[in-house]
Design a protein around this ligand. Sequence first.
Ligand SMILES: [Zn+2]
Length: 405
Amino acid sequence: MATIRRYYERPAIAELDSVVTGVSERADGASVVTLSETIFYPEGGGQPCDLGDLAGLPLEAALEEGDEVAHILRADPVALAAAGVCPGATVRSVVDLGRRIDHSEQHTAQHLLSSILLRAMGARTLSFHLGERHSFIDLNIAPFGRDDADAIEDEVTRAALDDYGVTTHLCPPEDPASFPLRKEPSVEAAVLRVIEIDGIEYSACCGTHVASTRSLEPFRILRAEKYKGGCRVYFVAGGRARADYRRVAGIAVRAAAAAGCADDELEAAVRSSRERQKELERSLAVALDEVAAARAEALDGSGDRSGDDSPAEPVFAVAASYDAGNRLARALARRGRVAVVDCGDELKVVACSPTGGPAVDAAYSQAAMAAGGKGGGGKAYFQAAFPDRASLEAFVAAARAAVVS
Ligand SMILES: [Zn+2]
């Protein structure tokens, strides 16, 4: 039996008593309830479903199922029976009206935006998605810049402030051919709903809409970006745009306080801080390389070259970190030495060879794998990571015994 959809004719109604026409259990343990009439909009046309309570139980989703609306509840038959949900019983539905109004604002704003984009840029809307924080439409044009986005935003805002009425035509009895529809209706429905924004926009649509464009203000295009050879435009409208403005303004105020400047100085402060950070990183790298070079000199001259003092005889060392280990190994290689450096708690070993020196990957990769390490590299640089200290030390012991040539 087709569900009567009260959300169309009475969009502001928050509660409704209706008769349960069916109860069934889904494989995932959720229950499906059908009603003689409903105030819950089921998911469709890019718009998420309404939420709320059914007989005091939270509604998980409302979905189209043929000509019925399936109300999904996360409750088993026992819980449903306890709440009085059984065929023939009258139950009360309570819709989350804040969510409904928000969705209606975003959806109606999409109609207005799509119509203005078509008129101003010849852009056709290919699809619409109403998301948790913002909505987007996909267009058949190349992405546009902020100036164009601002101009479109201004035009939508003007139309919103002009307070156009939003009305619904049912076809039949009206003839769809009598309306200049923005695009061909995609669904074959017994009754086609044509949404009109007071002579400026006509679209076949099954979603929920506000009564006038006034509530679509403020309207904001967040960004337009390249998407699949076309353009995706993100936007917010009405109460959601006000909330988004507050959120962004709050971020600006807190960020300015953290940066110790006024909010209009924030961009300059962030840029200068990043420049300063880059300078400090460059200075720090120079200083760390100097420390590594000094340590390499000490190790090179310390007699750590066991045996015949051949330049190929590796220097074994321990560093405090992977970064320090890399700098030390490279500094030793610059001095003409093969270096094997244990990077401490990071459980990595790096090995370096001077230009024209022996191939460290050939010398150490097998021993690293045999000790349980994973690594790789080339002739002049090899590194390996180990699961624990014992396997790292087993590798170092094998590397000390290895012949490097
Ligand atoms: Zn619509």
